[in-house]
Design a binder for this molecule. Structure first.
Ligand SMILES: [Zn+2]
Length: 97
C-alpha cells in the first residue's frame, strides 16, 4: 500500500507542477526517485513558472467611469451644460440641438 500512496503523491506533484507551468514528468519522476514529500515542498516553495499561461487582466486606465456618465450638451447661447434629454436650456430657454 505504501507504493500506491507513493505513486499517488507523485501523480499529484506532477499535476501541481503542470499547473505551475512546469514539466509534469520531470517533477513526477523526481518525486518518484527522491521523495514525494521533499519534491512537493520544493515545488511549493518555487514560484509559479514564467506565467505564460496566466493572463492577468490588466486594469484598464480610466476604467468604466464613462459607462455611468450622462449624456450632456452645452447650450449654444449661454454655455449651460444641460442634460441631453433637455430640449430647451433650463437657464436661458434656448433650443438645444
Ligand atoms: Zn442657455
Amino acid at each position: 500500500m505504501t507504493l500506491l500512496f507513493w505513486l499517488l503523491f507523485c501523480a499529484f506533484i506532477g499535476y501541481s507542477a503542470g499547473r505551475k507551468g512546469r514539466s509534469r514528468w520531470a517533477w513526477g519522476l523526481a518525486a518518484f526517485f527522491l521523495s514525494p514529500l521533499i519534491v512537493g515542498i520544493v515545488l511549493a516553495l518555487m514560484p509559479d513558472g514564467d506565467g505564460k499561461k496566466e493572463t492577468r487582466p490588466a486594469p484598464s486606465p480610466g476604467g468604466n467611469r464613462d459607462s455611468g456618465r450622462r449624456e450632456e450638451k452645452y447650450c449654444p447661447e449661454c454655455g449651460y451644460l444641460a442634460d441631453a434629454g433637455e430640449q430647451y436650456c433650463p437657464r436661458c430657454g434656448e433650443m438645444l440641438w
